[in-house]
Design a binder for this molecule. Sequence first.
Ligand code: HEC
Length: 289
Amino acid sequence: MTEIPEHLLKRSKAAKGGASGGSGGDSASDSGDATSEPGNAPVAAESATPAAAAPANVPEFPNLDPEPEPVKPEPEFVTASKSRQRIPVWALPVVAALPVWAWSFAGTMQQPEVEDPVFVESAELYAAAGCAGCHGAAGGGGSGYQLSEGEVLATFPGVIDQMVHVARGSAAIAGETYGADGRRVSGDSGAAMPAQRDALTQVELELVIFHERAVLSGEDMDQPGYEEWMEHMREAYESGEELPIDDEHFDFLLACADPAVTPGATGSGSPDPEETPCPGPHAEESEGA
Ligand code: HEC
């Protein structure tokens, strides 16, 4: 039920009291509430209340339900407020388009990876560069080693060493030991891993290796530095970077690789870590990020 302003109740009672010859004694309603509601006392225009017309001989019952409420004339500020335009005309199309925007925005939030080149391009490259033909579409192996179920991670704990191996191929290091714990001897499988350095750019090399590790072998993408690596590939791919794996760049990869895993690696690291950090995830990078 709506609150009846104190002053109106009083006025109504006063009017009734006058008509019935005085009901009186109701000073309890004068509990000083008028002062506790300072903002609630619009100066209503003088108006005779309908209650004043009550017949004089009707006994007065306690006023339990003071309704019907007299119709107050609408204060001017209310009228002004009602006629005021809430949304500027120029903004109406914007407001109207909000639900559409929200809907499409929600759509993009639900499928962040569908358009992500780190997933899409890497998978396409794995097939297009022929890797799938020798290692299986899901990495289960074929003429080339199995890459799935953690196999490729066991051979190459570090991404950079896998980059060197795929770029260089196996024939260039025939008979040499490679991989963690001397796991492989190049050529032992009876077939050769074709070098990819002339076929792929640096970012393509990284992408195809990402597919083998993260997608086929389930490498932990939450590990420190991994997200930064993916972001780097995304940016390099989208900016159209085409860094060739020429001799100079290959020497750079060898400098970054681990001599315990990769024949010919120096392990000296990038000559300019600030400008050109070694490719791949870096645990220390994520600490500042
Ligand atoms: C013509 C078949 C063929 C193609 C194409 C091929 N590979 Fe290989 N790959 C091999 C063979 C065979 C080996 C093992 C060679 C050896 O005995 O040293 C190998 C080895 C590897 C290894 C080492 C795995 C380990 O655990 O030792 C990786 C990684 C690899 N390939 C990745 C790739 C990627 C990435 C591509 C695509 C860019 C690719 N391969 C394309 C045949 C192929």
